[in-house]
Design a protein around this ligand. Structure first.
Ligand SMILES: NC(=O)c1ccc[n+]([C@@H]2O[C@H](COP(=O)([O-])OP(=O)(O)OC[C@H]3O[C@@H](n4cnc5c(N)ncnc54)[C@H](O)[C@@H]3O)[C@@H](O)[C@H]2O)c1
Length: 439
């Protein structure tokens, strides 16, 4: 296409379609690194940008720190110059596409902390120029892309939809899920203008199996919040069911399994020791924060948040009562926590209810140990613990509490060795015995 007659959009489309576009990913964590790897595998030259030098050095040496991406997958991409990492934001000038996958935590007050997104966008704005596609992937409240990012980028004098393209695309990665990973999870994308949406969809279609264009960035932001709020509220509901069943002596797990035989109109959710991870306990509060400003209280979210937040306390009471039934006080007892990651077969302890349970046990005077094949060490306030061998610990402890049901635990041996088991995940369902107390 002759340069003189091609528009900025046409030139960028051509680069993306030919896979000569230089792709940049800002934030190389659980979300950013798998995305970078997919685009590198699709033949793009990908530059990852992160503020942590140690992460950048590891990646450039072909070493992955994200469980989902084995180093064997990363190494050949680094060797073939398809992927490199840097802390230097001046590379943004050379990039054609920029995805932002930085953290979006909540402050203690449950207000969204936008500082990471703002800082990444300021860096982009400083190196900005025509012909770039910018896509925010961090989970956030509806309005972030058009209210926060757009003014920062248009302050450079460039016009969205014409000189540059801006989209939001929610990340839906499900850590530990062997069936659905970045490449085969449908990708929703919404742009500020129709031209932005088209550009974003064209971009993702190069590396991912299915793209779902939607009408705006706000809509795409809301999609993610609906998905995660749906999970959070259903988990809250089923946790409340567990509390009710416990009180009236019904096995909630059996109830759910039987209800799940209904072939329509029911989807099973399971109770547990509390919500964990970087998304489900946090994201719905982005929505409630935003809607509060519009005068609407998000009551389901607040209620589910309250019930889910009570679960570690309920588990503590279960442990205490189970020990009391054996004439042992919690104070001075040895409690072994089986699994501290926030969910099965992942190495992530962010917001994990296991951490709350350990702190509550310590505060009540119990002696706590833990095992987790994915988490060698944990640090909580002044407490530092190292993972122990589970089968031997089960034999020594006064009580074993199953908090995370990793597939690799030997439940048969643990059932045999332990004097008392409090099971918050129904992991012992195949080993029913008098010494197992279920949630
Ligand atoms: N982890 C998940 O399962 C998941 C799933 C869906 C959505 N999300 C969302 O994706 C976003 C990223 O989450 P994550 O789990 O990948 O986080 P993470 O903490 O694993 O990774 C974020 C990375 O960004 C880097 N970073 C921080 N500030 C930066 C800056 N200004 N410039 C460049 N790099 C910076 C950090 O060093 C870190 O490596 C969050 O909004 C999260 O809610 C996460």
């Amino acid at each position: 296409m002759p340069i003189a007659t091609a528009t900025v959009a046409e030139l960028l489309e051509e680069k993306i379609s030919r896979r000569t576009a230089r792709v940049g990913i800002i934030g190389l964590g659980y979300v950013g690194l798998p995305l970078a790897v997919e685009f590198a595998k699709a033949g793009f030259s990908v530059t990852g940008i992160d503020v942590q030098e140690s992460k950048v050095a590891k990646l450039n040496a072909g070493e992955s720190y994200v469980q989902q991406i084995p180093s064997d997958v990363l190494r050949p991409l680094v060797a073939a110059n398809k992927f490199r990492a840097t802390t230097d934001f001046s590379v943004v000038r050379e990039l054609d596409t920029i995805n932002i996958a930085v953290p979006t935590p909540l402050r203690k007050t449950k207000d969204p902390d936008m500082s990471y997104i703002v800082s990444a966008c300021q860096e982009i704005a400083q190196q900005f120029g025509p012909g770039k596609l910018v896509i925010l992937e961090s989970t956030t409240y509806p309005g972030t892309t058009d209210e926060l990012l757009l003014p920062m980028l248009e302050a450079t004098g460039l016009k969205v939809g014409q000189d540059f393209f801006l989209c939001f695309s929610p990340e839906r990665v499900d850590p530990g899920n062997p069936k659905y990973q970045t490449a085969n999870i449908p990708k929703v994308v919404g742009g500020i203008t129709p031209a932005c949406t088209r550009m974003g969809a064209l971009f993702y279609a190069q590396a991912l199996e299915q793209v779902v264009p939607v009408s705006s960035t706000r809509l795409a932001e809301m999609v993610k919040l609906l998905e995660n709020t749906f999970r959070m509220i259903n988990i809250g509901l089923v946790n409340e069911m567990a509390l009710m069943c416990d009180r009236i002596g019904i096995n909630v797990w059996e109830v759910i399994d039987a209800a799940a035989t209904k072939p329509f109109g029911f989807m099973p959710f399971y109770p547990g020791p509390g919500l964990g991870g970087h998304c489900i306990p946090i994201d719905p509060f982005y929505l409630s924060w935003k809607t509060k400003q519009a005068g609407i209280e998000a009551r389901f979210i607040e209620l589910a948040g309250y019930i889910n937040g009570q679960m570690p306390h309920f588990v503590l009471d279960k442990i205490q009562n189970a020990l009391n039934d054996q004439s042992k006080p919690l104070k001075g007892s040895h409690v072994h926590v089986l699994g501290v990651a926030y969910k099965r077969d992942v190495d992530d302890v962010r917001e994990s209810p296991a951490l709350d349970i350990i702190l509550l046990l310590e505060r009540r005077g119990a002696r706590v140990t833990y095992s987790d094949p994915f988490v060698p060490k944990i640090r909580l306030d002044s407490l530092e613990l190292t993972a122990q061998e589970p089968n031997a610990m089960a034999a020594q402890a006064d009580c074993v509490v199953v908090v995370t049901d990793h597939a690799g635990f030997d439940y048969a041996t643990i059932a045999q060795n332990a004097r008392l088991i409090v099971d918050t995940r129904n992991a012992m369902k195949n080993y029913p015995s008098a010494n197992v107390v279920r949630l």
